[in-house]
Design a protein around this ligand. Structure first.
Ligand code: ATR
Length: 274
């Protein structure tokens, strides 16, 4: 019987995950069925249980259910526990629900392997302090950057994250005005501003000719954050499409035991979105 997987979210219609996973399966000569699963807020668990009852093997979880998926898991990986969020669920024959989070590995692989920018020893700035940041902080700190600075409009949220991850490495919290006069090797925009065609209130001067400016959101053209980085002559610009494909690849590896090739799929997806 064909193994069944899906991405569950609300909304979910825009998700590129079926395209990505079907391409991975095709390239590996595997027969899987991967669909989109919509759940009303408040009915996440019910929809997941129905999927399991129909023989579903695994789910990718997107907004707003990553916390629900974490709570529903009977076992969590260390990285999912640190993130307090799960984006990959695996259902075992004996009824266990394994929760993992592949977002952090996704962004690290995109930056370090695909863009060929090592994080070790770098001064890293992360903009935002929401769930997106919580999901990636552990794996970024595991790369041993010199420091990670979290800047957020609501300072207390950045402080709370810095405190939560203090054991993982050198991490501090600041407001946007504190960034004046400072510059960084890697600046990651993890705010939701790009979704509203906006950018966070960064002071001028944080980018240099050696900076990689990375937006976790992907879009057809440059996001306002990447336009600003370009105007300030940042050395390199990247959006989150590579991260999207890499986090999917890690989910695929967890489910199928094989690491899929990502570059071709990212290029295809870039063309689909153009
Ligand atoms: P996610 O789970 O996607 O990270 P979230 O938890 O709602 O979503 O977090 C959104 C992030 O974008 C937050 O860091 C938010 O800042 P606040 O914590 O101060 O709300 C940030 N954000 C959203 N709009 C912003 C804006 N116009 N300027 C600066 N930061 C913004």
């Amino acid at each position: 019987m064909t193994d069944r997987y899906a991405v569950i979210g609300n909304p979910v219609s825009h998700s590129q995950s079926p395209f990505i996973h079907n391409e991975f399966a095709k390239a590996n000569g595997e027969d899987i069925r991967y669909e989109k699963l919509f759940a009303e807020v408040g009915r996440f668990e019910e929809v997941v249980r129905a999927f399991i009852a129909q023989g579903g093997k695994g789910l990718n979880v997107t907004l707003p259910f990553k916390g629900n998926a974490c709570r529903m898991s009977t076992e969590l990986t260390d990285r999912a526990r640190a993130a307090e969020a799960v984006n990959t669920l695996t259902f075992t024959e004996d009824g266990r629900i394994l929760g993992d989070n592949t977002d952090g590995v996704g962004i690290v692989r995109d930056i370090v392997d695909n863009l060929d920018v090592p994080i070790v020893g770098k001064q890293v700035l992360i903009l935002g302090a929401g769930g997106a940041v919580r999901g990636v902080l552990g794996p970024i700190l595991a790369e041993k950057p010199a420091s990670v600075t979290i800047a957020n409009r609501t300072l207390i949220k950045a402080e709370s994250l810095a405190h939560h991850f203090a054991d993982h490495g050198s991490v501090s919290a600041v407001g946007y005005e504190d960034l004046r006069g400072k510059h960084f090797d890697l600046v990651i925009n993890a705010t939701s501003t790009s979704l509203n065609n906006d950018l966070p209130p960064i002071p001028p001067g944080i980018f240099t000719a050696r900076t990689l400016a990375y937006d976790m959101v992907y879009s057809k053209g440059l996001t306002p954050f990447l336009k600003r980085a370009q105007a300030e002559n940042a050395g390199m610009l990247a959006d989150g499409l590579g991260m999207l494909v890499e986090q999917a690849a890690e989910s695929y590896r967890i489910w199928r035991g094989r690491q899929p090739e990502t570059r071709k799929v990212t290029n295809m997806l870039r063309e689909v979105l153009a």
